[in-house]
Design a protein around this ligand. Structure first.
Ligand code: DGJ
Length: 723
């Protein structure tokens, strides 16, 4: 099947991925309608499908919000609009007219793009619906391009030159998805908060509208911009699951609609309620991409398909093996000094770390969180000769050097703020709300973004820095840009331009310094999404380093995002966030199931602990090819089982590593063997630690007895290699 097929007589298009089809039709009124999202259909089969969502029985129903490719505000439509516009004369209703289509092949990026072109029947708006598929993935990427096609009106006298012919976008979602009718629907999504991100929920979808959103300026800790829907009958291994994920790092909204007649649709895009995007004549707004995936392999298969897609088409360096890092934050807080960091670096190198990251506190007057943010020169007392001696020492120890930065923020007590008080988000007659004693720099301003790019590229270039941890520690408040005046939408553009400039600085840094690797962080996992993953190499997914809390956070994170991006550190006990003391072995096993890092105060670890740590780090290096590049199978979920277990296997079933954690065993309640996944039943596998050999078939049928030691906080790792 070609990636895109088209029937001109029925105005039907079918997008084909390896295991799925997606079909669209332009109806007689010229609007784009949804036909099918599911298993493979030929063009003929798809063209024979009835349009869904026609509710012609009564004058009271109108068009269903489910069944259109991009439900607009206009005509007999009453659902949550994906596209809501207001033209210069105050008219709001949009009327579709079809203007043709285009198909493009891009052999280099291995993708095919379909564009369906429309315009408003009367007003100057062009609307293009974009669809992109790849030959090796069932993910369909969608977006919308909106152009104000009117000619500029030069005689506007109110100072707002574009007002006369402006087109206001009150809502501009990337796309809407329609599901086939089912008896019931269930939503899987994550919620969270600082230090408790990505907590997975599966709940029956209520009738009406369910909104997942962030109004914080960033993706947020509180909800992730993705959703999975099933009919309530999928499980980890089986069942139909429809899922979607948005590539945007600012505010966003996903609206799930279950109509009174039991249809289910989703619309999603950037921006939150009340924001206006004004398109000047000639201007185009391209929405972020919204990716969708249909799978018949349950939640586990859905996750694996997302992981494969993100590795193949999103991550900048997917095949790279991420180093074991050391991070100083929990060890030293702000009290960083050259001498102290060098002592930590020596221990870290001895334990096997390959990348040493100096966290917050190294610059300006930063000795706590009250001063210095924004002044990006080394603290003269802590680094009398600048950063270079530490960088050189870390390199001499055989590690890469990484540095923490928070380019989007400023403490009012800083030279930067004293020089540029107008650079922060603010309104003239409103207070400037400080959170963690800091204000948000208006990254939407080109001069602010240029300033950040300038010092960052110099810092990296001058010192030979290998890695940046880019942090962002508070949401927006008083999101104003007074210099842009009071015209409708004038200042609202900052919600979009801020994010684009954040991307722009990251993109430019990567071009300037091809060897530079970047960690995304926002007080832990406050800014993770497909767009961040496209520009960074790994993510600090939570400030919660408790080895047991992490199992839940990691489970939620990996529902969509690959383990290859999921950083996890082993820190001290009692844990700084939870106060819990979990044994070193459990802490290591928890962190070894992601990108292993060390984050404890190694100066205080006993020689025995350091020795033990060295053992785990070297064991990790023998299995990380599976953890980072293998295929994840969740064998037992932390929410539902006493034992949490995950397996990572090589694609050819030649090897697997299994992790198991049991927080509190109960006497007299044995744990059944773990039935493994994705092994060759005809092969035999040797446990690397004990030498014991198992048949693949028995590991699949009966299962593996996990060697869990007795007592609380028990954990085990088993590495199996085909004999
Ligand atoms: C929040 C991050 O999540 C921490 O890891 C650490 O970098 C602190 N910020 C530093 O202020």
């Amino acid at each position: 099947m070609p990636a895109v097929s088209h029937s001109p007589s029925t105005r039907t298009w079918v997008l084909s991925t390896p295991a799925t089809s997606y079909a669209v039709r332009v109806d007689d009124s010229g609007s784009p309608r949804h036909l099918h999202w599911g298993g493979p259909l030929t063009l003929d089969q798809a063209a024979s499908l009835p349009l869904s969502g026609n509710q012609g029985h009564s004058s009271n129903e109108g068009r269903s919000p489910v069944g259109e490719e991009l439900p607009v505000d206009g005509g007999e439509r009453y659902g949550a609009p994906s596209l809501q516009v207001r033209f210069a004369d105050g008219t709001r209703a949009l009327e579709w007219a079809f203007d043709g289509h285009g198909v493009e092949e891009d052999p280099e990026r291995r993708c095919t793009t379909l564009r369906l072109h429309f315009r408003d029947r009367y007003y100057p708006l062009r609307i293009t619906l974009g669809y992109q598929v790849h030959g090796d993935s069932d993910v369909i990427e969608r977006w919308t391009e909106l152009t104000n096609t009117s000619a500029a009106d030069g005689d506007a006298s109110d100072g707002d030159a574009s007002a006369a012919n402006a087109v206001d976008l009150l809502r501009a979602d990337s796309a809407a998805w329609s599901l086939p009718p089912r008896d019931d629907y269930r939503l899987s999504h994550t919620t969270g908060m600082w230090a408790a991100e990505t907590q997975l929920h599966r709940t029956q979808i209520p009738y009406g509208e369910t909104v997942l959103t962030s109004r914080r300026g960033t993706t947020s800790h509180h909800a992730q911009p993705w959703a999975m829907v099933d009919a309530g009958d999928a499980d980890e291994q089986h069942g139909q699951v429809w899922s979607t994920a948005l590539a945007w790092s600012g505010t966003w909204r996903i609206t799930v609609q279950r109509t009174p007649d039991n249809l289910l649709g989703l619309t999603a895009g950037a921006g939150h309620d009340g924001i206006l995007l004004r398109l000047a004549p000639g201007e185009t707004h391209t929405t972020p991409r919204l990716a969708g995936l249909y799978s018949t392999a349950g939640f586990g298969g859905t996750s694996r398909s997302w992981h494969a897609h993100i590795r193949a088409h999103v991550l900048p360096h997917p095949d790279e093996t991420r180093p074991v890092l050391y991070n100083s934050w929990e060890a030293t807080g702000f009290a960083v000094t050259q001498e102290g960091q060098q002592r930590l670096a020596a221990h870290a190198a001895a334990a096997g770390a390959e990348l040493f990251v100096m966290d917050d506190g190294w610059f300006g007057a930063r000795r706590n969180d009250r001063a210095g943010l924004g002044d990006w020169t080394p603290h003269p007392g802590a680094f009398p000769d600048g950063l270079q001696p530490l960088v050189d020492e870390v390199h001499r120890l055989g590690m890469q050097f990484g540095l923490w930065v928070e380019p989007e923020m400023v403490n009012p007590d800083s030279d930067l703020y004293r020089a540029h008080p107008d650079w922060v988000l603010h309104y003239p007659h409103r207070q400037r709300t400080e959170l963690r004693n800091q204000l948000v720099l208006n990254f939407a301003r080109p001069d602010v973004a240029e300033w950040a790019y300038g010092w960052l590229t110099r810092l990296v270039g001058d010192h030979g820095i290998d890695y940046l941890k880019w942090d962002m520690n508070r949401p927006f408040t008083e999101a104003g840009w007074p210099e842009l005046g009071g015209a409708p939408g004038a200042q609202d553009r900052l919600w979009t331009d801020y994010v684009r400039n954040y991307y722009g600085v990251l993109d430019r840094l990567r071009v300037d310094h091809p060897a530079l690797r970047i960690e995304a962080c926002s007080s832990g996992g406050g800014r993770v999404d497909l767009a961040v993953l496209a520009r960074t190499d790994q993510v600090w997914i939570s400030d919660n380093t408790d080895g047991s809390d992490r199992l839940l956070i990691q489970d939620g994170y990996t529902q969509i995002y690959p383990v290859r991006t999921m950083a996890a550190w082993v820190t001290d006990v009692p844990n700084q966030q939870s106060g819990r003391s979990v044994p070193l072995r459990f802490r290591f096993h928890s962190a070894m199931s992601g990108l292993l890092g060390l984050g404890g105060d190694l100066n205080e670890w006993s020689p025995e602990e350091l020795k033990e740590a060295e053992g785990y780090v070297s064991e990790y290096k023998t299995i990380r090819h599976l953890v980072q590049h293998g295929v994840l199978h969740r064998l037992r979920a932390p929410q539902t089982h006493a034992v949490t277990a995950v397996q990572y296997s090589s694609a050819d079933a030649g090897e697997a590593v299994v992790f198991g954690w049991l927080q509190q065993p109960r006497f007299g309640r044995p744990q059944p063997p773990l039935r493994l996944a994705a092994l060759d039943p005809a092969a035999r596998y040797r446990e690397q630690r004990t030498g014991a050999v198992h048949h693949g078939a028995t590991l699949l049928e009966r299962g593996l007895d996990l060697p869990l030691p007795a007592g609380d906080w028990s954990s085990a790792v088993v590495h199996l290699v085909r004999v």
